[in-house]
Design a protein around this ligand. Structure first.
Ligand SMILES: [Fe+2]
Ligand SMILES: [Fe+2]
Length: 267
């Protein structure tokens, strides 16, 4: 079994101090094989906010895979936004915008979906789709493939108007056959999950799409701060959402998914 802890939307600059103090011990309790951080590390992409995020991440002694989010690109500084959008992210957090982690059982690919032109909405480029194919299509069949982006591949249930990452449908078509088993994202500060075939109905083999809430920011929307714990065991995935109750992160909801014989993820 492989265990991932998935935190997202840290938004340093708006972080809740008690949560910053408590989250490391909650993560330590989980003891993940890999810690995934799915973007929006800062609130305004300032160097000081990235340095605070870096210091926090350095205190978490697990293998990590990190992608940027739209808030990691400056919004108001137009020069930096268009000419050096991820300068601070790359100088302070990591140069790598398509990180890849692999061990004997899982392969995890992160992609940068944040864009300067459509600041809020993300996009997957055609080159990135090719990159997914390059990384995933050659893997042994039983390697569990995980894609990490900031912007989700599907909208929250009942909110189809919410914009998902641009070209998600095209990506699924292009990588059909070696599409990810699991996709992790954040952005809406809301935890939700389902098989991608519920949205992209023509899909033969579905991706389990899982979003995390904001782990540490006071910019909570419809739900409290939260992070996800994902346990992967072959064709079974257990997702547990840990939610902040004012004192600690407690188990809020656990969902179990199984890939059925048709290749679809079902609860
Ligand atoms: Fe966010
Ligand atoms: Fe975001």
């Amino acid at each position: 079994m492989k265990v991932l802890a998935h935190i997202s939307d840290l938004h340093f600059g708006t972080e809740v101090p008690e949560i910053i103090r408590e989250l490391p011990s909650s993560l330590k309790e989980v003891g993940p094989d890999l810690l995934v951080i799915s973007g929006d590390l800062t609130q305004r992409a300032r160097a000081g906010q990235f340095r605070a995020a870096r210091q926090f991440l350095d205190s978490l002694h697990f293998p990590k895979l990190i992608v940027p989010g739209n808030h990691d690109i400056p919004l108001f500084n137009v020069i930096r936004r268009f000419f050096k959008p991820l300068e601070h992210y790359q100088n302070i957090i990591t140069r790598d915008l398509s990180p890849f982690y692999m061990d004997g059982k899982i392969a995890v690919l992160g992609l940068n979906t944040a864009r300067s032109f459509t600041w809020k909405n993300g996009r997957i480029s055609v080159e990135q789709m090719e990159h997914i194919r390059k990384k995933f299509c050659k893997l042994p069949k039983d390697t569990f493939k995980i894609l990490v982006t900031h912007h989700p591949l599907i909208a929250p249930p009942g909110q189809s108007g919410k914009s998902v990452v641009g070209r998600a449908q095209r990506m699924f078509l292009l990588v059909e056959g070696c599409n990810p088993d699991l996709a992790l994202a954040g952005h809406f500060h809301m935890s939700y999950s389902r098989g991608s075939h519920a949205v992209y109905m023509a899909q033969k083999r579905s991706t389990l799409v899982v979003q995390a809430g904001t782990a540490t920011s006071n910019r909570i929307r419809e739900e409290q701060n939260a992070f996800n714990v994902v346990r992967i065991n072959g064709k079974q995935v257990e997702l547990s959402v840990r939610m902040w109750n004012g004192r600690e992160f407690a188990d809020h909801r656990t969902e179990r998914f199984v890939r059925d014989d048709d290749g679809k993820w079902e609860m």
